[in-house]
Design a protein around this ligand. Structure first.
Ligand SMILES: [Zn+2]
Length: 276
């Protein structure tokens, strides 16, 4: 298949026939797949990379319960694709669109989802009357472009939860920090948008121990190194000198100028020319 160039033509992507073949419930931790999918000539014409991306997008679609942001970088991150492979995502999306597996769309919700959302809203507003409908208006105004850029590691804004509780930015940051720094990947893999966060923050908050204190950022590791060109120590920082007792040699610190290096992402990087 000829190599296609990715070009953004819509805000969202829909999966072909999603509405026809999937369950119409929004709390499913799984999606339906088709056992004879490989026998489909169109699917069979895809490369393994394109097939994975399509299957991954189906799961992402199921998880989001709405159409997927048409943004290769967002998709790569949402599918936890390794950094070096992000570059393949755009081209694969272009192929999947060309073959009809993905359908560009500018609406984030399909008809059924829209009705479901509306039904849910009506129910909530019956329960909580004016307060609830005010919150929903607030939720409605915060739609897709912001959700595409959502980064749980840097997010620090007020959130009004489903139950109507207002979490201030400091509380939101603390809750996110707890779940992102814990060894349990459960929430890490589920919080992809402000909407997700809004729906789940009550539960997430309940799981943060009241006495939990966010870890203090570790100071950067530094070291002093001698220049590899030093003729006395050849960068080791110690040189051999005759033993004052007259027997052989001993190692002593070399007094050549040292530079400071700092450890960034497991790589030592020069920071200053001089250090003591
Ligand atoms: Zn030296």
């Amino acid at each position: 298949m000829a190599k296609l160039k990715y070009e953004k033509t819509s805000a969202y992507l829909e999966i072909k026939n999603w509405d026809r073949f999937q369950m119409k419930r929004d709390d499913m931790p799984w999606i339906k797949d088709y056992v004879d999918k490989e026998a489909d000539p169109d699917y069979g014409s895809l490369t393994m990379l394109q097939r994975y991306l399509f299957d991954g997008l189906c799961r992402l679609r199921g998880r989001l319960q709405k159409r997927i942001c048409n943004d290769p970088e967002y998709i790569a991150r949402a599918l936890c694709v390794k950094g070096v492979e992000h570059k393949y995502v755009g081209c694969a999306i272009a192929v999947l669109i060309m073959c009809g597996f993905l359908i560009p769309s500018n609406e984030q919700l399909d008809f059924a989802e829209q009705s479901r959302v509306e039904e849910k809203r009506a129910e909530e507003s019956r329960e909580r009357l004016a307060a609830a409908s005010a919150l929903e208006t607030k939720a409605k105004t915060k739609t897709s472009p912001i959700e595409c850029e959502f980064n749980p590691f840097t997010y620090e804004s007020e959130i009004v939860s489903k139950s109507g509780r207002v979490f201030n930015p400091v509380e939101v940051k603390r809750i996110l920090q707890f779940h992102l720094s814990s060894g349990d990947p459960f929430w890490k893999s589920r919080i992809h948008s402000v909407g997700n966060l809004r729906s789940n923050i009550d539960t997430m908050d309940g799981q943060v121990p009241s006495d939990w204190i966010p870890p203090v950022p570790q100071p950067l590791k530094t070291r002093c190194v001698a220049a590899p060109t030093c003729p006395l120590c050849r960068g080791t920082g110690t040189k051999r000198v005759p033993n004052p007792s007259g027997e052989g040699f001993i190692s002593v610190p070399c007094d050549c100028p040292k530079r400071e290096e700092v450890l960034i992402n497991h790589v030592w990087v020069e920071r200053t020319k001089e250090c003591t």
